[in-house]
Design a protein around this ligand. Sequence first.
Ligand SMILES: Cc1cc2nc3c(=O)[nH]c(=O)nc-3n(C[C@H](O)[C@H](O)[C@H](O)COP(=O)(O)OP(=O)(O)OC[C@H]3O[C@@H](n4cnc5c(N)ncnc54)[C@H](O)[C@@H]3O)c2cc1C
Length: 448
Amino acid sequence: MPEDLLLFTEENIDEQLKTAPFQLGCYTLRFYTEQGKPVKKVTDTVSEFYLSPSGGTLRDSTFNLVFYDSRFDTYRGFIPPQSGRNHPAFRYHEPIAPYTTIGLGGPARVFSPCGRVDDLRNALTHARGEGIPVQVLAGGSNILFADRGFDGMVVKVDITGLKSEERPDGVEVVAGAGETWDGVVAYAVSRGWGGIECLSGIPGSVGATPVQNVGAYGQEVSETIVSVSALERATLREITFTGKECLFGYRRSRFKAEDRDRFIITAVRFLLRPNAGVDARYPELRRTLAEGADIASLRPGGETLAAVRNAVLALRRAKSMVVDPSDGNSRSVGSFFTNPIVSSSEFHRILERWAGEGDRSVMPSYPASGGIKLSAAWLVEKSGFTKGLRRGGVGISQHHALALINVNGTTEEILALEREIRSAVAARFGVELEREPVVVPPSGEAGA
Ligand SMILES: Cc1cc2nc3c(=O)[nH]c(=O)nc-3n(C[C@H](O)[C@H](O)[C@H](O)COP(=O)(O)OP(=O)(O)OC[C@H]3O[C@@H](n4cnc5c(N)ncnc54)[C@H](O)[C@@H]3O)c2cc1C
């Protein structure tokens, strides 16, 4: 080991970084093999490394520090300086995996927790000054970051606040984007306000619900959203969109499609029904409800909605669709694929193709706006990807065919499994599955 190298271990890293003869700031740590290939799984494999303040072997003049890992002799790390100073409002090299339900993703160069709209403005202004990209993160339940991390600023939306007001047409509930979604559902259910009870147990924040028009068991947030307040990233202006202006569709809105990365949602306004009765559109939910309670004997409002919420939570738990640290099957981003919606002519073509396969099981299909909805889970299973399948450190949940789970793997492995599933479904049915979570960076090469 060269003599001028400083030893960094997990135990002494904080102390060493304070005393190291360089200013730690907006740096990105990268590791490369001797061949110049980026090293994967940096956070898992490299927990001990050495720093050479004098440099040593430089790959590039923009890098002035060299890291050397004694256990992986051939690996080198480089820290390109981005800015000389730490800013007290931000954290640097913050590991992102703990902020996500799937537990994946390398560090963010800059991490900015924002509890107020002005914090968002400051963070965006700082990022612009530094010339670095911004990625918005909230509950981390529908996002997959690259193993190498994010070479920019991750803005974490933590804006809280919850209030309600009675109106002639219902109860208006306004929630800060950083409020926990299920907390808002529980709040509404306990007061007997209906409209979102079937969305019990969905992880994540209020502000993310309009992004993909969150839905489950027949309800979607678009049915109750009156308006969405947002900050325009380019101008730092606050804008309010009516529900209609959000351009909601099945698992879509303008915030996920044409206006992706243009706005940060700061608050959402819902209109709920007081003294609500049962709204159980799915047979599976109706059955579970009937098993758990004598619905006819329950008073409308709180009692009824609590029974619906309990039934939904029971169903979701059985499928590991409630985040539970003790349940490895819930270490996911929820469903990885949306249910495909096809035209009726396409549907007939798919049916014919399936009939030719010699399997006599009936393909599930449902009428939907814009065509016929197919079950992505069924397509995946019929293409040979069954619940409980494992590929290295990742796999498919034992309880849900669409939930790709992280056991002890990487983002790259999840994306490889995704590719495998997509091509098998395309080959068998001629159907292109669409990815539901957001992958950062969006190029789809997050694992590299
Ligand atoms: C076990 C499990 C079950 C799930 N079940 C369902 C389900 O039944 N139905 C369903 O629809 N989804 C489901 N999901 C997906 C996920 O919970 C939802 O999409 C949720 O709304 C994501 O919220 P989040 O705060 O975690 O968003 P994140 O994962 O942090 O972000 C998701 C996307 O939204 C953007 N975003 C987040 N907050 C904001 C904001 N304030 N302004 C602008 N953009 C923002 C992010 O940039 C990112 O692009 C499930 C996920 C898991 C892990």
